[in-house]
Design a protein around this ligand. Structure first.
Ligand code: BT5
Length: 324
């Protein structure tokens, strides 16, 4: 059932005359004028902007940029992804909360989003800088019908879905660096962390973590990564609406995921390849036991990286770091 607050937002948003008086609102909502005033103040705190004119009343000027559970769920166009949404202002890592909820049985699609992370992490326990609330830090609990050895496809899938979403807002030259980074202008602005709980033949759950730099100024990043890091706003020179971006991201992930389930990895492979970073170029492949120079040829039908080594041998790589 819609709360009074939701009803108030609806009335304000649909008000043709622009202004609506406190008295009118109190009548329509069947609450006191003090209660209306309290709700309006709450909404202001959440980032809604009003024009208030004596005798005329209130007019809604803009919806909030403040990200929270209400604003995220308002007009969210998904069926199962993010419909169970946990929003926190500050956490250690959204991955940890997701693991805990998944262990407790949280349903497929449950999504955890935070404004700030104190201990955001990347792969191999590397740090993910996310202590400012200008980015998108989220973890999705997915319970896929997929063999564990196909799990790495989810990372590649997520990267392609993210590219789709961002391109809906701006035509940016985004490239996917295997396996889990999005780059622009030669700099990283997004990383994906896929973790899972699985038996040999069965995935119990996956946690897909997305860290996306949105409105950061570059000087917010620690010095050691400033020259290799960027954000959407740094590239476009304007601030992005994080709420719309998250909502679109969830909606695209959901529809693309359905396609991926129906068509298999071929749905991902072409999209991935057409956005691949350094395709056909020489890079360094670093693995725990060996490092070598090779040319990136593409990915295989199961998501491994295909490279051509200096001795003209084509190798499939399942896990490595790529440098240049
Ligand atoms: C990743 O790891 O790129 C995966 C990052 C996943 C972060 C999300 S945020 C929501 C969820 N909760 C978490 O705690 N994590 C996930 P990796 O490929 O290991 O890259 C880590 C490296 O990226 C670091 O060693 C830095 O060099 C660089 N880095 C750190 N923070 C960055 C940032 N904000 N933007 C760009 N590069 C960054």
């Amino acid at each position: 059932k819609e709360t009074k607050r939701d009803q108030l937002i609806d009335i304000l948003a649909q008000c043709d005359e622009g202004f609506i008086s406190g008295q009118e609102l109190s009548r329509k909502l069947e609450i006191s004028r003090t209660a209306v005033w309290k709700h309006i103040n709450e909404l202001k705190k959440d980032g809604y902007q009003f024009e208030a004119v004596p005798k005329k009343g209130y007019r809604l000027l803009s919806h909030p940029l403040a990200v929270n559970e209400t604003t995220l769920k308002w007009d969210l166009q998904t069926k199962w992804l993010g419909q169970k949404l946990v929003f926190k202002d500050e956490v250690d890592s959204t991955q940890d909360i997701a693991h805990q909820l998944a262990r407790e049985g949280a349903e497929n699609g449950t999504t955890i989003i935070a404004n700030k992370q104190l201990k955001g992490r990347g792969r191999l326990n590397r740090k993910w800088v996310s202590h400012h609330d200008d980015g998108i830090w989220m973890s999705m609990i997915i319970r896929p019908e997929m063999a564990p050895y196909h799990a790495s496809q989810m990372t590649l899938f997520t990267a392609t879905s993210l590219v789709d979403t961002i391109r809906k807002f701006a035509d940016l030259p985004i490239k996917i660096k295997w396996p889990n980074d999005l780059f622009m202008d030669g700099k990283k602005f997004c990383g994906i962390l896929t973790e899972m709980q699985a038996e040999l033949d069965h995935i119990e759950y996956m946690i897909i973590g997305i860290g996306l730099n949105v409105n950061q100024e570059i000087n917010l990043f620690p010095e050691e990564i400033q020259n290799k890091t960027t954000s959407l706003a740094a590239q476009t020179q304007y601030k992005w609406d994080r709420i719309r971006l998250i909502q679109q991201l969830l909606a695209d992930f959901e529809t693309n995921y359905q396609e991926f389930q129906a068509c298999g990895f071929s749905y991902v492979k072409d999209k991935w390849t057409s956005n691949a970073y350094k395709l056909g170029e020489r890079v360094y492949i670093k693995m725990p036991k060996k490092s070598f120079e090779a040319t990136i040829e593409g990915i295989t039908d199961d998501g491994a990286l295909l490279v051509n080594t200096a001795d003209n041998i084509v190798e499939k790589i399942y896990s490595a770091e790529i440098h240049w």
